[in-house]
Structures are given as structure tokens and as C-alpha cells.
Design a protein. Structure first.
Length: 136
């Protein structure tokens, strides 16, 4: 059980690092927008502009991608489970397919579906709080 948590946490950390890289790229794209240029012309420090104006717009696509990746991580990684003889949902699904256990396959697909839907729902709630345009 501890190995499963460590593997899950390491996947989340790696995805979080990549989201920072993508946020930096989006920041470079979003700086020519008029509200950022206006804030820069008002003399607001660039760090404050980055945190209040650019980061709010840049975090939304990354948050959505993080939620989708989190949902799919919960479904399991069959290749990793097979290589390391690690019991998980992917390996259980493979055993269900080879033994033609249809109720077990349906249950696993249902848990994967609920994991993806739950992660996307949580991301939508987070976006509702972060983006004032979605509250209308």
C-alpha cells in the first residue's frame, strides 16, 4: 500500500513540474494582451503583474490538463504493473479480460469512468473559484 501511494505521489509531482513549464510558456504568450500592457504602463511591479494578471489566465489550461491526467492516473498503468509485478487495476483488468469475467471488467471500467469524471468535476469547481468570468 505504501508503494502505491509513493508511485501515485511521484506521478503527481512530475505532472506538477511539467505544468510549471507549460505555465512559463503560456506566460510568454499572454504578455502582449492589453490588460497586462495597461498594468505595466500603470507602473505595477512585474512580479505582481505576473501573479495577478498573467498567472490567473495561464493556470486555467494547466489546471484542466492536470485534472485529466489525475483522473487517468487513478485508472492505473498496465505496463508499469506488468513490468514490476505490481498488483493494481490495470493488471486486474488484464486478468478479467483473459478469463472473460465481464462483470469485473464492467466494474473496473465504471471505477475508471468515475475517477475521470470526479477529477474533471473537481477541476471545474476549482476553475469556478479561480476565473471570475465563469461565475456569471
Amino acid at each position: 500500500m505504501i508503494l502505491r501511494r509513493q508511485s501515485f505521489l511521484s506521478k503527481i509531482i512530475v505532472i506538477h513540474i511539467f505544468s510549471f513549464i507549460f505555465a512559463r510558456e503560456i506566460k510568454n504568450i499572454s504578455f502582449p494582451y492589453s490588460h497586462i500592457t495597461f498594468a505595466n504602463a500603470k507602473g505595477i511591479p512585474s512580479r505582481l503583474i505576473m501573479l495577478r494578471y498573467a498567472a490567473r489566465n495561464a493556470i486555467l489550461p494547466n489546471l484542466t490538463g492536470f485534472g485529466m491526467a489525475l483522473g487517468f492516473m487513478l485508472s492505473g498503468a498496465l505496463l508499469t504493473e506488468m513490468i514490476f509485478s505490481y498488483p493494481g487495476q490495470g493488471f486486474l483488468l488484464l486478468q478479467a479480460v483473459t478469463s472473460q469475467d465481464y462483470p469485473l471488467m464492467q466494474g473496473i471500467f465504471m471505477t475508471i469512468t468515475f475517477a475521470v469524471l470526479g477529477a474533471n468535476w473537481l477541476v471545474d469547481i476549482a476553475i469556478l473559484f479561480l476565473d471570475p468570468r465563469t461565475r456569471k
